[in-house]
Every structure is written in C-alpha cells, then in structure tokens.
Write a protein that binds this ligand. Structure first.
Ligand SMILES: *Cc1c(COP(=O)(O)O)cnc(C)c1O
Ligand SMILES: [Zn+2]
Length: 393
C-alpha cells in the first residue's frame, strides 16, 4: 500500500502529508503499483473490494456502505442515446451521490493516521457526504460552503451536525488555500488524492462487471475533474494489471453555460483556463475554474474520447427521459451524461451497437423540480367511474 503521490503530468513524487498539489501546479494522485492486481475472489462489495489499490484498507463507520451501486441496461433509452446504454446508479450511495466513495476513503484514512478533523470545500453533495461520513467515524468536520448556498442544501448538510461555515469571498481561492495551509484538518476537496483514490472504484466496478469484455465508452459529467481523474486512473491501473486490453473512450460532459474543459477541447489547447460561467440547472457541475480541468482534458484525449457541452433544454429533456422511460430520478448534473451521449451520437461519434456506460452521479430526490405531469382530483364516492374513465372502459 502506497502513501506516495505522483503528478500525472511531470511525474514528480511526494509524500501525501507534504503536498496535495505538485510543484508544477497540477494535481496529484496516489502512486499505485497495480501490476499484480487481480479481480478479487472474496465477497467484499463496494469501495473496499479494491482495498489492494487504495491508500487505506479498513473502513470506518458508514464508509462500509459506499459503492457497490447497480449497473443496469436501459434498452428503452438506446434510441435516444444512440448506443447500447448502461446506467451506473451512483445515486444509490448512502448520501445519494458518488462523492461517498471519496469521502469513504478520506474519512477512513484520516482515522487511520490519527487525525481528529476532516474538512471540505463544497456547495452541495460533497459537503453532505463528508459531513455524514465524519459523523459516523466520530471525526470533527469542517464544511466550508459559498455564501450563497441555498437554504435547503444547508439544512441537508446540517443534519449531520458539522461545523458549517459560509464563506464570503472567492470560492476558487478558498479551495486552493485550504489545500496549501498547514492545519490539523485533513481536507478532502473535489480533486485531492484521497478523493480521487475513492472515486476510481466506480470504474473498477464497471470494468469488473464487463470482464472479460470492456465497454466501448464511459460518459460522465465533469466539474472539478476529480471524478474524471479517478475513472482515468482506474483504467490506467487496470491496463497495467493486464486486466483490460482496450481502454474505453472517456466522454466528459459539461453544461454549455459553464464549460471551460469543453472549450479547451474544442479549441485544441493543451491546458484549461477559466471562463465566465453563467447559471445552469446543473448546479453541481458549474465550476468555471476547475482545479483538475487539464487532467480531465488529458484523460479524454488520451483515451480517444471527447469533452462536449449541452444546453439546459437538452439537460432537462434527458432528465425527463430518464424519469419517464427508465424510472430514474436524477439531478440535472447527472442527466448531463445522457444528454451528452445523444449529442455525440448525432455528431457521428457513437455507433448504435456500442456498449456505453453513463455514470448517473447523483440522486434526484434531494431537490424539487417541476414535472410536466399534472394530478387530477376525484371524489372518493366517484371511484368506480374514475377507474373506468382512467382505463377507458
Ligand atoms: C460533484 C458532482 C459532479 C462533478 O464531479 P467532479 O469530480 O467535480 O468533476 C457531477 N455530478 C454530481 C451529482 C456531483 O455531485
Ligand atoms: Zn507536476
């Protein structure tokens, strides 16, 4: 088990305790030798099934419940998405998003090295996730949220009783400073090595489900680039282990209103720079200055994939299709993956017979959304007539 971290770009290595970002400015990930890794034969499920390639082996508290999410075929959406569509249901994690994988590893690691504090900088799912995992592990938890975080979100997070701080000032600067400052708090922000280590397990699960075959592509929404980095890292490790010959193409999808990584991809530039982001319904992925943007861009390019963006009306449509034809209520930021596939198929990037996995990153049950369907009122005394009218007898 390694606790050294390496830069994907310039390959420098460091001790995790010493640095969370490389001297070159790029993010770090754990320097794992996966060459001897084999698919586990024991019955452990979830994140800890892949303990051999994680920086900590023992789960603490609710972290035991992270991962092992269902992977379902949804043939009724094949025509819409333009491929043979498989859906990875990350909304089924304990706090309803894939963030639980990274929190599970982060919190378990903090306990393992004797830390008393864990922290995060987030405006939503990650704050909720870290607060819940910390509560179950008896860790003190500091959650820094932007000043304008909606009241409903604050209430969800507050249920786990963290130290909740609303910060007045630039969110991007706050993110970087929490990682650079010396403090007793172990920060597990979006693209930190511990979080990326936990989040790579979603790809281990997908690839193990397909083994010995391999899906043609994996599509996911991207904001900070942390999850995309984790998925890419998993593919590199599985390739090093000799468990996959072909590497699936990574398709990363952003909301058109705030798409710095897709912009860099379109322009053919080698690094991602910040954009002036506008509002989008996909609030969980609206990051105008993504800390792992360049790493995510590299992941898409190196795997032969792409980074695309989709407007809000297409996100809304994909969300509606998912709920009415697949029975899945997801947040807009998750529906983005399916909207992106539809666009890629229209552009001729996908073949109808290709197996593609869309990662549905978060549950739709945390927020309210207007549905197009209306309910009707009936009198109980008129039940029989109402039933006949309903089924058209
Ligand atoms: C955090 C989040 C994302 C984006 O993940 P990054 O690792 O920041 O790129 C996508 N969808 C949902 C639901 C999220 O909570
Ligand atoms: Zn570097």
């Amino acid at each position: 088990m390694t606790r050294r971290v390496r830069c994907y770009d310039c390959e420098s290595t460091f001790e995790l305790e010493a640095r969370k970002r490389c001297t070159c400015g790029e993010p770090l990930w754990f320097d794992v030798d996966a060459s001897g890794f084999e698919w586990p034969t024991d019955g452990t499920a979830g994140v800890w099934r892949y303990a051999d390639v994680l920086p900590v082996a023992d789960s603490v508290g609710i972290s035991e419940a992270a991962g092992a999410t269902p992977l379902v075929r949804s043939p009724r959406l094949d025509g819409y998405a333009g491929c043979r569509l498989h859906l990875k249901l990350e909304g089924q994690n304990p706090t309803g998003s894939f963030k639980d994988r990274g929190s599970a590893v982060g919190v378990s690691y903090a306990v393992d090295v004797g830390r008393e504090w864990i922290g995060t900088v987030s405006h939503g799912n990650m704050a909720l996730s870290v607060a819940a995992h910390a509560a179950s592990a008896s860790l003190e938890c500091a959650v820094f949220v932007p000043e304008d975080t909606p009241e409903e979100r604050l209430e969800l997070i507050a249920r786990h009783d963290p130290h909740l701080l609303q910060v007045v000032g630039d969110y991007g600067r706050l993110y970087q400073e929490t990682l650079a400052l010396e403090s007793a708090v172990e920060f597990v922000n979006s693209d930190t090595p511990l979080r990326v280590a936990g989040q790579k397990t979603v790809a281990y699960e997908i690839l193990e489900a397909f083994a010995p075959s391999v899906p043609d592509a994996i599509a996911l929404p991207v904001s900070s680039g942390g999850q995309a980095s984790g998925v890419w890292k998993a593919l590199l490790e599985l390739e090093a282990a000799g468990l996959i010959d072909d590497v699936p193409r990574l398709y990363l999808v952003q909301a058109a209103a705030c798409d710095p990584i897709a912009t860099a991809f379109r322009n053919g530039t080698s690094t991602v720079t910040s954009v002036d982001g506008n509002e989008t319904i996909a609030v969980s992925i609206a990051n105008a200055d993504p800390p792992s943007g360049t790493r995510a861009l590299t992941a898409a390019r190196e795997t032969g994939g792409a980074v695309v963006s989709v407007p809000d009306d297409e996100i809304r449509d994909a969300m509606w299709r998912l709920s009415t034809t697949a029975g899945l209520s997801v947040e807009p930021s998750s529906a983005v993956a399916v909207a992106g596939l539809r666009r890629l198929a229209r552009d001729g990037e996908l073949d109808a017979d290709e197996d593609v996995v869309a990662i549905l990153t978060g549950s739709g049950y945390k927020e309210r959304f207007e549905a197009d369907s209306e309910s009707r009122r009936i009198e109980l005394d008129a039940l029989e007539r109402a039933l006949e009218t309903l089924v058209g007898a």
